[in-house]
Ligand binder design. Structure first.
Ligand code: GLY
Ligand code: MN
Ligand code: MN
Length: 438
């Protein structure tokens, strides 16, 4: 089984991108750079997803330049130069020869000469594509163009059209290749097994961060040394904080705990949420709300197939959740009117899901030409309905307050329907209670 993206696929991606461009165009993509945490300590390095997508190169302060001249594509890569002193302190570098030998670059340069070299590389290209969203790169591009314009009397011609690269690169990243699908199945599988482990380790008195420790351990021993994002481990009312990452409290009897965690495998994210009882048994109120969220989760997943509109799935979740809240007495009134008034937003305030890939909230537009996008094979997304009853919601009976539930799966759109990549972690109440009973 493929355990990482091959050099051939990275090369195909560059070709696919460049085939879409006119002659005399250039593309520039910047790598990530180290970020300071405190004093002289840096955060762990994580490469920029788009840079990695087109290079497979995992070092900071690099720059990819692709040029299309007379129908031919040139691949230029700037990288940190070899440096004995720096490598002793901070780690080995590929250097220029390394990127020629191992990353298929046609031309390699030291990143120390980017600002001298780029005006020469861009001379004569008519269109320049880069991500307008990158501030650091945007400033550098202006610097290069300014220096080129100053030399116009010497025959230097600066690009006349600046184009947003993201539209092209994001669309490519949105549709996952067969190899990417394999990476995502692996990320989902490891993430699912970690959730099972957390369920088995849960008992009254355990700290939220201790459950996260079991999850991180499972990720790391399964070839995922970094998570895709900081875990959310929320006991009781902490589950109602959508981005709760404090994870600092002890789990108490009769609470639910919500865990939202995902491994990153070879740059692809898993993203799973399960919500289960600390003492192993759902209370009647927890069970009632859980069944509504589960119904929304399973009905939405059943809808996922080529041709389904992105909004249709969210709308189904809204319908199931609003109907369920009315049946249980947390909302009063006519379901259609309540939906029209968005009354459900008090309890379900986020979208049903998002694209999933190299970034947990992956790239790709949700609307095209003003219309919600239809699903096509190769898209990957999460399905994550939730109900969160604020502890301060005095409009509902006290017994419901402080219950937060989300059930999140990772789903791949296939030719005929969909594949739930996170199937290994149970979500039915009976299955979870049986698992926790050991
Ligand atoms: N873990 C972030 C999310 O579910 O969107
Ligand atoms: Mn999540
Ligand atoms: Mn998610």
């Amino acid at each position: 089984m493929l355990d990482k993206i091959t050099a051939q696929e990275f090369s195909q991606r560059r070709d696919t991108l460049m085939q879409q461009l006119d002659d005399n165009s250039a593309v520039v993509i910047q790598s990530a750079t180290m970020q300071k945490r405190n004093s002289d300590v840096d955060y762990l390095f994580r490469q920029d997803s788009t840079f990695f997508y087109f290079t497979g190169f995992n070092e900071p302060d690099a720059l990819l330049v692709l040029k299309k001249i007379a129908g031919k594509v040139e691949y230029h890569l700037f990288c940190q130069p070899r440096n004995k002193e720096m490598e002793i302190w901070f780690g080995y570098r590929s250097g220029e020869q390394g990127v020629l030998d191992n990353y298929q670059a046609d031309f390699a340069y030291s990143s120390e000469i980017i600002d001298e070299q780029m005006p020469q590389l861009l001379n004569g290209t008519a269109k320049l594509y880069y991500s307008f969203a990158r501030e650091r790169l945007t400033q550098q591009v202006q610097l290069w163009l300014g220096s080129m314009r100053k030399r116009s009397r010497q025959g230097v011609i600066a690009p006349v059209q600046l184009q947003q690269l993201d539209e092209l690169s994001n669309e490519m990243r949105l549709i996952k290749s067969a190899a990417e699908q394999q990476m995502m199945r692996r990320a989902s599988s490891i993430s699912a097994q970690a959730q099972v482990k957390a369920m088995q380790e849960t008992k009254v008195g355990v700290m939220e961060y201790q459950l996260d420790a079991h999850i991180q351990h499972h990720f790391a021993i399964n070839a995922c040394p970094q998570a895709a994002y900081p875990s959310i481990v929320g006991g009781g009312k902490n589950a109602c904080i959508l981005h709760y990452i404090d994870n600092s409290q002890a789990l108490q009897d009769e609470q639910l705990v919500l865990i939202d965690s995902g491994a990153e495998y070879q740059y692809y994210a898993g993203d799973i949420t399960r919500t289960f009882p600390v003492n192993g048994k759902y209370s009647p109120e927890q069970r009632a709300l859980y069944e509504v969220v589960l119904k929304a989760n399973t009905q939405c997943i059943e809808m996922i197939a080529p041709g389904t509109g992105w909004n249709e799935i969210h709308d189904r979740a809204v319908l199931v959740i609003t109907s369920g809240l009315v049946e249980l007495g947390l909302l009063q009134g006519d379901v259609d009117e309540l939906i029209g008034a968005e009354a459900y937003r008090e309890f379900f305030m986020h979208k049903l899901g998002h694209w999933l890939g190299m970034d947990v909230h992956d790239v790709g537009n949700y609307k095209v030409d003003g219309q919600w996008r239809e699903l096509v094979p190769g898209m990957a997304m999460t399905v994550e309905p939730g109900i969160y009853v604020s502890p301060d919601n005095t409009q509902v009976e006290e017994r419901w307050r402080g219950i937060g539930i989300r059930i999140e799966d990772d789903v791949l759109v296939t030719a005929t329907g969909c594949e739930v990549m996170t199937w290994e972690v149970p979500k039915e109440i009976a299955q979870i209670e049986a698992l926790m009973a050991g």
